[in-house]
Write a protein that binds this ligand. Sequence first.
Ligand code: GDP
Length: 229
Amino acid sequence: MTTTDYQKIIRQTTFALSAPTLKLCPADTGFEVAFAGRSNAGKSSAINTITHQKQLARSSKTPGRTQMINFFDVGCQHSRIVDLPGYGYAQVPEAMKIKWQKELENYLVHRESLTGLILLTDIRHPLKYFDEQMLHWAKDGSLPVHVLLTKADKLKRGAAKTALLQIKKQLQALELPFSIQLFSALNKEGLDELADVLGNWLHLGENLDLTDTDLVSQNIANNELQSSD
Ligand code: GDP
């Protein structure tokens, strides 16, 4: 599969469901890639840009509405993008924050179909405490991480490269497998790189003829591979 093939499949993404808790998520089979980031990091814009759809992921400024896990089918039900609730809202009550932190940890560490985490962060800000928390959970779940430095259009080339290096250093200190790229929903920078990551992690174009039983065994094999890294 080429990048163009992946992009064609990614354009066929459709909304599947919103789940208020992990218990109501789709069955844990197939392949799933989660998008996570602080609220306002540019997560909805990135999902809409990569899928070439204007309103697939809705950006919301009200804390209540974002506290849902949104699932999207990428081409078929066996490959899913998951839009995790944005974190970092100062106004969210402490009890709700704790509840969601537990849900996120549980999801990242235990979700069998999850093959990778896309962590989004505004290129103008370093990784913050809860970003690092997400990365630790990804490490606990043996998940590879791909970091999108969003709103890259806000900085000039030189400054963007410097920011990239600084955030790379932060990530290296955490000792987990990661890749990183610049991204801009505004000028469409970084779409090919992101499509390749999604294509690989979601096994796009490979799994269409597989039965659920095949997919479950494939997940077990993937997890074994990851844990032996
Ligand atoms: P979310 O809360 O993470 O889903 O973030 P949104 O996608 O809603 O974006 C938050 C704000 O950043 C909005 O005002 C967007 O228009 C803006 N934004 C998102 N991506 C970009 C980008 O690539 N470039 C610029 N300049 N602004 C962006």
